[in-house]
Design a protein. Structure first.
Length: 328
């Protein structure tokens, strides 16, 4: 009996040993990349703009070939916007649906980061950290509070304002770097219908969400849902990969969403602190990158419609959905 017990314990320890060895092998063969949480900040890292480097590798040529945008307008739904030196000249209109203020501010920082990726002119960095569409006009609708929280009533009010004012400004693109559980959005039929109507009248871009799956409003057919990607240093596979927080290439293959993948990991963005810049990751940043790119499309084709932009993008993604940043 004692011999059987000893033999059983030895077998268990052997299994544990083999399990630990397998874990070590997996860690060595497939090292995990660390990411910065979308709402966290760190000290500014002024040592090379990862986002522009990667976008350039994907074929981006607009920085040298496209002039600063004149009157194209982008609408951002977010936490607000800080009058940062890099974007203060781009703020066309600001409306706060959390406290009825019309003076631009950002008590969280997320909205400022998004705005800088779209329209930053790089003034604080000597032109190094520009957005994709420098000096594009911005309308910022603050629907999130200081904690990055909102409710469907505030969001719906913002959508209603936008639908009523589409013809009052040269609005070409709407950036909604936000996501909700699909059942929540669909439970409010009026909001869901208004989002559908909005996407039919103007290009609407949203993030897939940071929980690894497709959320709403990214699941609405005409809304462009954006996932994040980064360079995969493992030469044995595809050159690019998706971070754990983003919906994956496989998700797109099964559901046709996200519609497109662009950089969203370790992006240098504007900060609403004295540091001027910081580093963040998340699908919200990917939505901002794509929004800036689409604003440039409208500079080249100012009279194009929603269908044209969808077709333009579809012709510039590879089989995995990664956007090739070319403009012609």
């Amino acid at each position: 009996m004692l011999f059987k017990c000893i033999k059983h314990v030895t077998k268990i320890r052997l299994i544990q040993f083999v399990f630990i060895i397998l874990l070590l092998l997996l860690f060595l063969l497939f090292p995990q990349k660390k990411y910065t949480d979308i709402n966290s900040t760190s000290e500014a890292v002024i040592n090379g703009n990862y986002s522009i480097d990667l976008i350039s590798e994907l074929g981006f040529n607009s920085i040298s070939t496209v002039n600063d945008i004149d009157d194209t307008c982008v609408v951002i739904f977010d936490t607000g916007i800080e009058p940062h030196p890099d974007i203060v000249g781009s703020i066309l209109y600001f409306c706060d649906f959390t406290s009825d203020s019309y003076i631009p501010y950002d008590d969280n920082g997320h909205g400022t980061a998004i705005a800088g990726l779209i329209a930053g002119n790089g003034k604080s960095s000597g032109g190094i950290y520009k957005g994709l569409a420098p000096n594009v006009n911005l309308i910022v609708l603050k629907v999130f509070n200081a904690n990055g929280q909102t409710n469907l009533i505030q969001l719906e009010k913002g959508v209603e304002w936008l639908l009523s004012n589409l013809n009052n400004y040269n609005i070409k693109v709407v950036c909604m770097p936000l996501s909700f559980d699909s059942t929540i959005i669909k439970s409010t039929n009026t909001l869901y219908e208004k989002l559908q109507l909005l996407s039919e009248r103007v290009i609407t871009v949203t993030s897939s969400g940071n929980n690894g799956k497709i959320n709403s409003p990214g699941d609405i057919k005409n809304i462009i849902c954006v996932g994040s990607m980064y360079i995969n240093n493992d030469s044995r596979g595809y050159k690019y990969n998706t971070p754990s927080f983003s919906a994956s290439f496989l998700t797109r293959k099964v559901t046709n969403k996200p519609d497109v993948f662009v950089p969203g990991v370790d992006i240098i963005v504007l900060s609403n602190s004295s540091e001027k810049y910081t580093v963040m990751s998340g699908t919200s940043l990917s939505a901002a990158v794509l929004t800036g790119y689409i604003a440039l499309i409208y500079q080249i084709y100012p009279d194009c419609n929603v269908e044209f932009v969808h077709s333009y993008l579809n012709n510039r993604v590879d089989d995995y959905g990664v956007l090739q940043f070319t403009l012609d």
